[in-house]
Design a protein around this ligand. Structure first.
Ligand code: ADP
Ligand code: ZN
Ligand code: MG
Length: 493
C-alpha cells in the first residue's frame, strides 16, 4: 500500500510593534536581560493589562493579507500552565473566538500555484526566555508579553518541500505587509509541525504527531524529511501510531518522543475577566483594509503580464518590492520594459550590492553593529530613475553601443549626470553615418589584404577580424551592425 503525508503548521510570529502587548515596555530584541520589564509583564499582583492597539491592528491586517474573515466579535482567554518563563502562570490568547479565521495562502510550488487554507491567525503573547547555565538557570522576561500571532494552517500540506515553500511564502507576505520582521535568527518566527500519514486515497486523518524545536525553515524541512518515512515505515510494519509530541534533534537529525496524549496539559481556558471583548467597527476595519499591500505573488504575476517580464526578472522584483517599485515607476513609460528590467537588475542592483558589501566590510572593521550601518540604497542614488529610461532609449535608438552604455551607466552612477550629457561629453555617440563607416572599412580592407584574400577564398570567419579592425579605427564608436553590412558588401563586390 502507498502512503501519503498530511501536514499542518502552527507558525508563531512576533508582531513588529513599539511596545509589548499589555504594557508600555519596549518590544525590542537584544536588550540586557530584564531591562524591558514592568509589573504588568512580570505578572505582579494587582496589575491590569491594556491592549496594544497597534497589535490589534496588525492582527486584523494579517487576516486581510491571508484572505481571512474578520469576525465582529473576538475575545482573549487565559491558557493556564505553570512554567518559570511565564510569570502570570497563564498565557493570554484567543481560544475559541479569534480575531481572524478561514483564510488561505497561495504560493508557487513545483511549477504551479498551491493553496493552503488558514484555519485562523490569533493574537497571543510571547513568554520569557530561560537560559540554562552550568549550575543554575536564568530567566529573561524581556520577551514576556511581546505580541505574538499564531497562524494555524489546515492539514493541506503534503511534503517537506511544500511545507518549506509555504513557510517562505507566508513570511514573505508578513514581512512585506509590515506585520513582522520575521527574523528567524532572532526567534521572531517559530513553527510547530503536525504530521500524520494515511493510505493514498483515504479521506481519514491518521494520528497527529506534533514536532517541536526546529529553529529554521530548513530545520522544519529536515524534520519532515526524517519524520514522514519514519511514520510510513512504522505503519507498514503494522505498528499503530498514537497521537504524541516529538522533539527534533537538529544535530542528530532525528525526532524523539517527548510525550503522548495521556500526559497532555489541561489548560483550563476561560475568558479573561480583565479584558473587554473586541468588536471592530466598520470604520476601523476599513482603515485597516486600506493598508493591505499587493501580495508578492500577485505582484509577480502582474509584472509578468503587464510588462512582459520573464519569471526570473519578476521574481527579483517580488522578493525586493522597493526595487520593484523603482522599476515600475519607469517601466510604465518604457517602450521596452524588459530592457529597463535588465538595467535595473543586472546593473543597478548589482552595483548597489557591490557597494553594500564594501561598506559592510569597511564599517564592520570599525566594530559597528549592522543596525548602525548606513548602506547604499536606491534612496541615495545620484541620478533620477528616468535616467535609466533615457539610457535604454539611447541604446534602442542605436545612438550608443551597449558597451558605451556601460560606461555611461558607470558615469551617471558616480556623478548623477544625465546620460545624453555624458554621451556628448565623452564622445560616446555611435557612428551610424554610413559615409564615415565606409571610409573606416576602406582603410581596414586596404591595410589587411591577407584577410581580403582569405575571405574571397571562402574563409568567411575573417569577417569578424576585419570588423574588429574597423571598430578599432572608429575608436569603438561605429555601429557594429552597419560595419558588418558594409564590409560584406565591399568584400562581395
Ligand atoms: P489541537 O487541538 O491539538 O491544537 P488542531 O486540530 O487544532 O489540534 O490542529 C493543530 C494543527 O495540526 C493544525 O495546523 C492542523 O492542521 C494540524 N492537524 C490536525 N490534525 C492533523 C493530522 N491528523 N495530521 C496532520 N496535521 C494535523
Ligand atoms: Zn512591561
Ligand atoms: Mg487547536
Amino acid at each position: 500500500m502507498e502512503y501519503e503525508a498530511v501536514i499542518g503548521l502552527e507558525t508563531h510570529v512576533q508582531l513588529k510593534t513599539q511596545s509589548k502587548m499589555w504594557c508600555g515596555c519596549a518590544n525590542q530584541y537584544g536588550s540586557e536581560p530584564n531591562t524591558n520589564v514592568c509589573p504588568v509583564c512580570l505578572g505582579l499582583p494587582g496589575v491590569l493589562p491594556v491592549p496594544n492597539a497597534e497589535a490589534l491592528r496588525k492582527t486584523v491586517l494579517t487576516g486581510y493579507l491571508l484572505n481571512c474573515e474578520i469576525p465582529r466579535f473576538a475575545k482573549f482567554d487565559r491558557k493556564s500552565y505553570f512554567y518559570p518563563d511565564m510569570p502570570k502562570n497563564y498565557q493570554l490568547t484567543q481560544y475559541d473566538q479569534p480575531s481572524t479565521a478561514n483564510g488561505y495562502v497561495e504560493f508557487e510550488f513545483q511549477g504551479g500555484i498551491s493553496r493552503v487554507r488558514i484555519t485562523r491567525a490569533h493574537l497571543e503573547e510571547d513568554v520569557g526566555k530561560s537560559t540554562h547555565f552550568e549550575r543554575h538557570s536564568g530567566v529573561d522576561f524581556n520577551r514576556a508579553g511581546v505580541p505574538l500571532l499564531e497562524i494555524v494552517s489546515e492539514p493541506d500540506l503534503t511534503s517537506a518541500d511544500m511545507a518549506y515553500a509555504y513557510l517562505n511564502a507566508l513570511t514573505e507576505i508578513l514581512h512585506q505587509g509590515g506585520i513582522s520582521d520575521c527574523d528567524m535568527e532572532k526567534g521572531m518566527v517559530r513553527c510547530d509541525v503536525n504530521v500524520s500519514v494515511r493510505p493514498v486515497g483515504s479521506q481519514e486523518l491518521g494520528a497527529k504527531i506534533e514536532i517541536k524545536n526546529m529553529n529554521s525553515f530548513s530545520g522544519v524541512r529536515r524534520a519532515l524529511e526524517y519524520e514522514i518515512p519514519r511514520q510510513i515505515e512504522a505503519v507498514k510494519r503494522g505498528e499503530k501510531l498514537i497521537q504524541s509530541t516529538r522533539r527534533w534533534d537538529d544535530v542528530a537529525g532525528i525526532t524523539e518522543q517527548m510525550r503522548t496524549k495521556e500526559d497532555a496539559h489541561d489548560y483550563r481556558y476561560f475568558p479573561d475577566p480583565d479584558l473587554m471583548p473586541l468588536a471592530p467597527t466598520d470604520e476601523w476595519l476599513a482603515g485597516v483594509k486600506a493598508q493591505v499591500i499587493e501580495l508578492p505573488l500577485a505582484r509577480k504575476q502582474r509584472f509578468m503580464s503587464d510588462f512582459g517580464l520573464p519569471a526570473g526578472d519578476a521574481e527579483v522584483f517580488k522578493i525586493n518590492p522597493t526595487l520593484g517599485n523603482y522599476f515600475e515607476g519607469i517601466a510604465k513609460q518604457a517602450k521596452n520594459p524588459k530592457a529597463v528590467a535588465n538595467w535595473v537588475i543586472n546593473n543597478l542592483q548589482a552595483k548597489l550590492a557591490e557597494l553594500n558589501e564594501a561598506e559592510k566590510s569597511e564599517q564592520g572593521s570599525m566594530g559597528l553593529e549592522p543596525a548602525d550601518m548606513k548602506l547604499s540604497s536606491l534612496a541615495d542614488l545620484k541620478f533620477k530613475p528616468e535616467a535609466i529610461l533615457e539610457l535604454v532609449n539611447l541604446v534602442e535608438a542605436k545612438t550608443i553601443s551597449s558597451s558605451a552604455a556601460q560606461q555611461v551607466f558607470a558615469e551617471m552612477f558616480a556623478t548623477g549626470k544625465a546620460p545624453a550629457a555624458i554621451v556628448q561629453e565623452k564622445g560616446l555617440a555611435q557612428v551610424s553615418d554610413t559615409g564615415a563607416i565606409e571610409q573606416f572599412c576602406d582603410e581596414a580592407l586596404a591595410a589587411n589584404p591577407k584577410f581580403v584574400a582569405d575571405y574571397k577564398a571562402g574563409k568567411v570567419a575573417v569577417l569578424n577580424a576585419l570588423k574588429g579592425q574597423v571598430m578599432k579605427l572608429s575608436k569603438g564608436k561605429a555601429n557594429p551592425a552597419l560595419v558588418g553590412e558594409i564590409l560584406e558588401r565591399k568584400l562581395k563586390s
